[in-house]
Write a protein that binds this ligand. Structure first.
Ligand code: NAI
Length: 338
């Protein structure tokens, strides 16, 4: 069998951690014939629950899981890993300003970027789930530069993408498998732009464009967008906890497709460093439609999709927010002398 893939999950004692480790360990992400070594990182205060997760993983009796390490320091965590699922982040506490939250997370992702550069491989691929995900990924990439290329860093908008697929399937009475090529543009935040303009729906042996099939511009430009944008808040209201099962599943979809490639004729949404496409400033970690070649594991932004004025305006709003976050984060970096 092939050499094991070594995968790190940070925040492994948390909610998403609990749902994500089983899918990485049981072959859902890397395949049923691919051995996996899991490295689980959390903060020292969480070491007991982390150990509990290790015991449960043993009890799952998974043939694909050939090793588990539970650690509480970055040196051990980032050693020789192939993939990093950066889930752990400072949660927003009541009364905390956006800027304080950003500064606290910048500190974590600056430190983890340095650890990636020092202990991981030039080929290590990173998905940032912890919020603010795009900006955390930007900072992490910045401090790993020179060792790991920026193109190996991504932030998760796959949950938003999956939410958009589900809404289109519900609206049109089709199944998820028949809906393709929705797009999430921009930030994983309330300014994201979920776009169905280029999506398609399979009806029997025909492929129709989703925009025409839905035939409801008001829903496409209003109800659909706000449902996807606000889905996370609705789930918190109902569950009293944030999305964890769906977030873990989405992170696994993201890395699965990065590892194996996207299907012919399909793209997925992934926040990656802009190359200037669609006028997005270079280097900004921005969610684009991407295709991935499973052989090289390189993503490519889907270019030259026509954008109408509505789309351009939405994209501009989320771009502006990301530029502001980036600038605040860079300022916080100078103050975070770690
Ligand atoms: P949680 O609070 O249940 O778990 C987070 C875990 O991270 C905790 O165990 C905590 O001790 C750990 N942690 C904190 N700082 C750490 C550090 N420096 N190193 C290692 N571990 C650290 O939170 P949950 O629900 O698992 O969510 C995790 C993150 O994912 C949050 O930032 C949340 O906002 C974000 N999220 C992002 C989504 C996306 O679509 N991009 C969707 C859902 C959640």
């Amino acid at each position: 069998s092939p050499a094991p893939i070594r995968a790190l999950v940070t925040g492994a004692a948390g909610q998403i951690g609990y749902s994500i480790v089983i899918r990485i360990a049981d072959g859902t992400v890397f395949g049923k014939d691919q051995p996996v070594e899991l490295v689980l990182l959390d903060i020292p205060q969480c070491v007991a629950s982390l150990e509990g997760v290790v015991l449960e993983l043993q009890d799952c009796a998974l043939p694909t899981l050939v090793g588990v390490e539970a650690v509480t320091n970055e040196k051990d965590a980032f050693q020789n890993i192939d993939y990093a699922f950066l889930v752990g982040a400072m949660p927003r506490r009541e009364g905390m300003e956006r800027k304080d939250l950003l500064a606290a997370n910048v500190k974590i992702f600056k430190s983890q970027g340095k650890a990636l550069a020092e202990f991981s491989k030039p080929t290590t691929k990173v998905i940032v789930v912890g919020n603010p995900a795009n900006t955390n990924a930007f900072i992490c990439a910045k401090y790993a530069a020179g060792k790991i290329p920026a193109s190996n860093f991504s932030a998760m908008t796959r949950l938003d993408h999956n939410r958009a697929l589900a809404q289109v399937a519900l609206k049109t009475g089709t199944t998820i498998g028949d809906v393709k090529n929705v797009i999430i543009w921009g930030n994983h935040s309330g300014t994201q732009f979920p776009d169905v303009k280029h999506a398609t729906i399979n009806k029997g042996s025909n492929t129709v464009d989703a925009y025409t099939a839905i035939n409801d511009t008001n829903w496409i430009q209003s109800g659909f967008i706000s449902t996807v944008q606000k889905r996370g808040a609705v789930i918190i209201e109902k569950r009293k906890l944030s999305s964890a099962m769906s977030a873990a599943k989405a992170a696994c979809d993201h890395i699965h497709d990065w590892h194996f490639g996207t299907k012919p004729g399909e793209w997925v949404s992934m926040a990656i460093p802009s190359d200037g496409s669609y006028g997005i400033p270079k280097g900004l970690i921005f969610s684009f439609p991407v295709t991935i070649d499973g052989a090289t594991k390189e993503w490519k932004i889907v270019k030259d999709l026509p954008l109408d004025d509505f789309a351009k305006e939405k994209i501009q709003i989320t771009t502006k927010e990301l530029e502001e976050e980036r600038d605040d984060a860079l300022k916080a970096c100078d103050e975070a002398n770690i």
